[in-house]
Ligand binder design. Structure first.
Ligand SMILES: Cc1cc2nc3c(=O)[nH]c(=O)nc-3n(C[C@H](O)[C@H](O)[C@H](O)COP(=O)(O)O)c2cc1C
Length: 204
């Protein structure tokens, strides 16, 4: 697919059918994720890949209240059918360690030096490559948040080490149909570049 089509066609897909996803596609998405840029080439990310019914079921059980799981709403019903869930994680420790190396020399590991949390930024860039790979393969994907109170169960169930923080999760699968604009984009307009680009000086 043309790059411009991948960009334009990408939208978050929240309803899947239960056809399995070819393992090679999942592998390609994950390999593409590792081609994301990363500050200092730290690559302080990790990807929990769940592609069996059991593992995906354990993910939803860990992230969802029992009552919602028993009577899932349409969002949850559509999302739970996705045969693949990826949990991208970021490691702040990896960045603090990398930037304390000789060629960077931030030996103090002082967190105030960081203009923004590069560890989350890089994992997010990697996540976008997973979303874009899904589009390129004719599949759908959705990045979504894990509620804060559900992070501990996710860590526990899947053995995510303390130094890695899940930044969210991504469902991947065959779309039921192109739903058109869904979620917030059905209620809000995409901003025009003129509204958000400030050429030369921020005047408005
Ligand atoms: C950081 C982040 C968190 C998001 N969390 C959720 C979420 O919890 N549930 C959900 O359905 N969509 C979530 N989304 C998807 C956004 O709602 C979606 O990207 C936005 O409305 C624009 O729509 P589009 O991606 O389909 O163009 C999230 C997106 C991002 C980037």
């Amino acid at each position: 697919m043309e790059f411009q089509d991948v960009v334009r066609r990408r939208r978050m897909i929240r309803s899947y059918d239960d056809r399995p996803v070819d393992r090679a596609i999942v592998d390609r998405a994950l390999a593409n994720a590792t081609h994301a840029p990363s500050a200092g080439f730290s690559q302080g990310w990790g990807f929990l890949a769940l592609d069996t019914k059991d593992d995906v079921g354990r993910f939803w059980a860990a992230t969802t209240a029992a009552a919602s799981l028993a009577a899932p709403d349409s969002w949850l019903r559509g999302m739970m059918r996705a045969p693949v869930v990826v949990v991208p994680c970021s490691s702040k420790a990896a960045y603090l360690a990398r930037y304390a190396e000789d060629d960077k020399g931030w030996t103090g590991r002082d967190e105030d030096r960081w203009p923004v949390p590069y560890w989350h930024l890089d994992a997010a860039m990697a996540s976008l490559l997973i979303l874009q790979t899904a589009v390129d393969e004719g599949l759908g994907a959705c990045f979504f948040g894990i509620p804060p109170e559900r992070l501990a169960p996710v860590r526990e169930v899947f053995g995510i080490p303390d130094e890695f923080d899940p930044i969210g999760a991504i469902t991947l699968g065959h779309r039921v149909a192109d739903p058109g604009a869904a979620g917030s984009p059905a209620r809000r307009e995409r901003k025009d570049p003129d509204e958000v680009v400030h050429r030369g000086r921020w005047l408005h």
